[in-house]
Every structure is written in C-alpha cells, then in structure tokens.
Design a protein around this ligand. Structure first.
Ligand code: HEC
Ligand code: HEC
Ligand code: HEC
Length: 442
C-alpha cells in the first residue's frame, strides 16, 4: 500500500535527532500533565440517527464543508471505500492509520452523538475518552462554528455504513501511549473559535474562516516546531513540508516568479492550474480536488484571504520567459541537462510547443523551480503530473523508470539555471536518490 506521509513538517533528511528531541519534550510534558488533564471521560453511545432527520439543505452544506476539510483524503485507503479509513500516514514517529468515519455502529462513528463528534473535532478526544493524534488537524477544526460541524456530522451520518475495523498504529515507544498527547495539547492546543475581524470585509472574513479552520492551509504551508506544532505569528505561511514536497510560502516571502493575485489564486485553487503560476502537484492536488467541488463563492473568499497574506511582498515585475542568452548559457554549463531536456521535455515545455500555445504555465513561472529545495522539481520529474481536476489538458509522464539519478540531477540543475535567478541547487543526485527511495517504500 502506498503510504501518505502525514508529516507536513517531515524534512525527509537528517532530522531524526530533532524528532527524537521533540518526542522526548512531548513525553516530559505529557508525564507532567498526565495526572492533570490526561483523563477524559467516555461519552455514552446513542442509536444511529435516522437519515430523514437531516434537512437536504444541511446535507448539501455538510458535503461542501467536508470537501473543503479534505476529510475524504485522509479517511480513504488507496482503492478503499470513501470515509472507511485505513489510510497509512507515515510520520517521523512511525505509522498511523486513519479510522472509519462512516456510520457503522461497531467500527465507525454510528453511535456517536453530535457532542462526541464535536469533541473529537475540537479537542481531539475520541468517544471512548482516549486522546487522538493531531494528524486529525483538530488544532484547525476547533475554529469551526457549531452549525458547520453539525452539517458535517449530518453528511457523515448519512453515508453508507461500512464495516472496517481500525488498524493498529505502529508508533515508536512510548508514543503509542495516548495519554501523552495531553501534554502536546497543553502546550499547543489554544486556538479559539474563529471571530471575524471588523476591519475586513465579508469575503475576507469568510475566506479566513475557511482557510484557517476546515481548509487547514497553514497545516502544510507553515513550518513546524520540534514537537510538530505549527509556527505562528510572522512564521505562519512562510512555507512548510508535506509528504516530502515543499509547500511554498504564501506570505510576503512567497517565492513565486509572478506575484499571486486573488484572481490567479482563484483559478489555481478551483482548477489546479493557473497560466501564470503553474499547476497543483503532489499533496496540493487533493486539496484542489476538494475545492473544485466547493461553492464558487467560498473558493473566491479563500483566494481573497490568501492574496492578502502576500500583499506586503515587494512587487516584482513578471519575469520575461528565459532569454535566449540565458538558455545558451545554461546549455554551455550543463550540456548533458540541455540535451536531456531537448529529448524528453521540450516537446511539451519549450516555447512554441503545442502545450505551451494552450496557455499552460511556462517553466519560467513555475514556483517549483524558484524554491530553496529541489524536491518538488525532482518529484515532478520522477512521478509525472496528472491534473487534479477534470480533463484539464496533457498529463506529464513519470520519468522514474527512464532516467537515472544522475540524469535527473542534470535536468534539475539545467532547469534551475535556465528558468530561475536563484542560487544553484546542490547535492541533486543525493536528493534524487532519496526521493526515489521514499517513493518506493511500501
Ligand atoms: C490530514 C489527515 C486527516 C484529515 C484531513 C482528516 N482526518 Fe480525521 N483523522 C485522521 C487520523 C489519522 C485519525 C485517527 C487519529 C488517532 O487514531 O488518534 C482521525 C480521526 C478522526 C475521528 C475520530 C474517529 C475515532 O474513531 O476516534 C473523526 C470523528 C474524524 N477523524 C473526522 C474527520 C472529519 C470530519 C474530517 C474533515 C473535516 C477529517 N477527519 C479530516 C486524519 C485526518
Ligand atoms: C496537505 C498539504 C497541503 C494543504 C492542506 C494545502 N496545501 Fe497548498 N500546496 C501544498 C504543496 C505541496 C504545494 C506545492 C505544489 C507544487 O509544487 O505543484 C502547494 C501549493 C500551493 C500554492 C501554489 C504556491 C506557488 O507559489 O506555486 C497555493 C497558492 C496553495 N498551495 C494554496 C493553498 C490553500 C489556499 C490551501 C488551503 C485551502 C492549501 N494550499 C492547503 C500542500 C498543501
Ligand atoms: C506530455 C507533456 C510533458 C512532458 C513530456 C514533460 N512535461 Fe513537465 N509538465 C507537463 C504538465 C502538463 C505539467 C503541469 C504544469 C503545466 O500545466 O504546465 C508539467 C509540470 C512540470 C514541472 C512543474 C511541477 C510543479 O510542481 O509545479 C516541472 C518542473 C516539469 N514539468 C519538468 C519536466 C521535465 C524536466 C520534463 C522532461 C524530463 C518534463 N517536464 C516533461 C507536461 C509535460
């Protein structure tokens, strides 16, 4: 089974020590907090609510909100039934499995009351009183209003029940001991229900509510501390990691070649591709897939809010597509990369190629080539690219089987020097080998 790496902070290389340190920190606080707040009582089971009890309007709203919350992404195993859980989420602490959130009374949440559901979503406590891992992003979901959680509850309770027992997690000692999570919560779980800002308009506030709450955008786009909690304040949205991909900064330090606007964000978030910025690859694909099914006004609101985060970015004139001199220089320095590009990539990506005349983003505007880390470019080359929504034009084939690590490194170095002014990437061959190895993990 392919594992989803739930570890937005997972740096991939050389950070094991930091995580052990973080783990120890959490343990110490956890033990301290143990006697205090570790114990949460179980809530009584209820008989599963009848489908007819929920108005159609509530169900439709719940479906849209669940799409923005990405519940299906984490709660569906590859090839599995939606919401029945069982997806493996690799973390620096071991593997966690998502659980069944269909209304099956024995193995799902069929006997959960709305109160039990809201407690899980806000406080990360299961119906039986045990603490849940923050892989369920309750630090975000606790900002969601009551009525919206009721609607999501109604939506889930009206799915077809599926019998799917939880799989045992495989975490390093002692983190399998759930009461320790009380310590993590004591330190990091302080978010309040969202309150609108009076100095902003309704669209901005709606966008902020959705992005900070259900959308949990900063869960991937912000860096994380040693204990895996998001950095806040000025570090919020300054870029993070998700499943080995870099989630670019969305604040004033955005590395995008062309500054994002609310309109281009809307197009990107709604369709997965914006002609002046690139396409949504990797873990951003499922996010876009969810947003493509959400109400259009909500996606516009999210775009308005996200655009405001980088409003202080020093304006950059749109870069001209790579100049001929630049292309010649890149080829002179790296002839191997240039000829690989001409043979394997130019048919789609070179100026004037059929794909480029359809208004697709040119590589000079793609953020993957502007980032400090080469991971996204390498992953795109090895895995290829499928549009996350609809029949949105050509797909990029995976090159993992046809290119060696040296060739991937040559190509990445060539792309960087041809399409970006930023410093050259280093240790590319090792990076390619690491990505390849991570992807081949069972
Ligand atoms: C990033 C991945 C992720 C997303 C997104 C996510 N979940 Fe989860 N969820 C998990 C994991 C993992 C668990 C199990 C945690 C544990 O075992 O401690 C879980 C547990 C739960 C539980 C507790 C189930 C139980 O039996 O204790 C509920 C309820 C739940 N999720 C509902 C939702 C809803 C509703 C959404 C969307 C709004 C959602 N989740 C989105 C990963 C996720
Ligand atoms: C599961 C992790 C994850 C979540 C959640 C997530 N993103 Fe992303 N996002 C990524 C990754 C990874 C990329 C880089 C994709 C690529 O290289 O093609 C990305 C790319 C983007 C980009 C393009 C940035 C650029 O300069 O090219 C935007 C804009 C964006 N995300 C907005 C959002 C918004 C808004 C939300 C919340 C609704 C969100 N993301 C939630 C992981 C995530
Ligand atoms: C069949 C057409 C096709 C071929 C061949 C192709 N690509 Fe792509 N590539 C795409 C499409 C489609 C995208 C998505 C972005 C877009 O729409 O422009 C993309 C995106 C990318 C991205 C950006 C990924 C991101 O995270 O945003 C990079 C980098 C890239 N390609 C490099 C290459 C390299 C290097 C080669 C040759 C080894 C190659 N491509 C061959 C079609 C192709």
């Amino acid at each position: 089974m392919k594992r989803t790496r739930w570890a937005p902070w997972r740096a991939g290389r050389g950070t094991a020590g930091r995580w052990v340190a973080g783990g120890v920190l959490v343990c110490l606080v956890g033990i301290g907090a143990f006697l205090g707040i570790a114990y949460r009582s179980g809530l009584p089971p209820v008989s599963p609510p009848k489908v007819e009890t929920f108005p159609a309007e509530t169900l439709a709203r719940g479906a849209a909100l669940a799409a923005i919350g990405d519940c299906i992404v984490c709660h569906t195993a590859d090839g599995g039934v939606p919401y029945a859980g069982g997806r493996a989420l690799a973390t620096p602490f071991g593997t966690l499995y998502s659980t069944n959130i269909t209304p099956d009374p024995e193995t799902g949440i069929g006997t959960w009351s709305t109160d039990a559901f809201k407690r899980a979503m806000r406080d990360g406590v299961s119906r039986d009183g045990s603490h849940l891992y923050p892989a369920l992003p309750y630090d975000h979901y606790r900002q969601v209003h009551d009525g919206d959680l009721d609607a999501i509850y109604a939506f889930l309770m009206t799915r077809a029940p599926v019998v799917a027992p939880a799989r045992a997690n495989d975490l390093i000692f002692p983190l399998g001991f759930r009461p320790l999570l009380a310590g993590w919560k004591l330190l990091f779980l302080h978010q309040e229900e969202f309150t609108p800002r009076p100095d902003r308009d309704a669209a901005w506030n709606r966008g902020a509510y959705l992005a900070e709450g259900l959308g949990h955008c900063s869960g991937c786009h912000s860096p994380r501390n040693l204990a895996g909690a998001e950095e806040t304040g000025t570090k919020a949205y300054s870029g993070g990691l998700a499943e080995g991909w870099a989630a670019p900064a969305l604040n004033g330090s955005s590395p995008a070649a062309v500054p994002w606007t609310a309109d281009s964000l809307f197009t990107y978030l709604r369709t997965g591709v914006d002609g002046r910025h690139g396409a949504a690859a990797g873990p951003m694909g499922p996010v876009v897939h969810g947003l493509s099914r959400a109400p259009e006004a909500d996606v516009r609101a999210i775009a308005t809010y996200i655009a405001s985060l980088s409003a202080d970015r020093p304006g950059t004139a749109p870069k001209t597509p790579a100049l001929p001199e630049r292309t010649a220089e890149a080829a002179r320095v790296n002839p191997a990369g240039a000829s690989l590009f001409a043979g394997a990539c130019a048919g789609c990506h070179e100026d004037g190629a059929p794909m480029m005349t359809q208004g697709r983003p040119g590589l000079s505007t793609v953020t993957a080539l502007q980032l400090d880390r080469p991971d996204n470019a390498i992953r795109a080359i090895l895995q290829g690219f499928h549009a996350p929504t609809g029949p949105a034009g050509p797909a990029m084939p995976p090159f993992a089987a046809s290119l060696t690590d040296t060739q991937v490194a040559d190509l990445a170095a060539y792309l960087r020097s041809r399409f970006s002014d930023r410093p050259a990437w280093t240790a590319l061959e090792t990076a390619a080998a690491t990505v390849r190895q991570e992807e081949s993990q069972p």
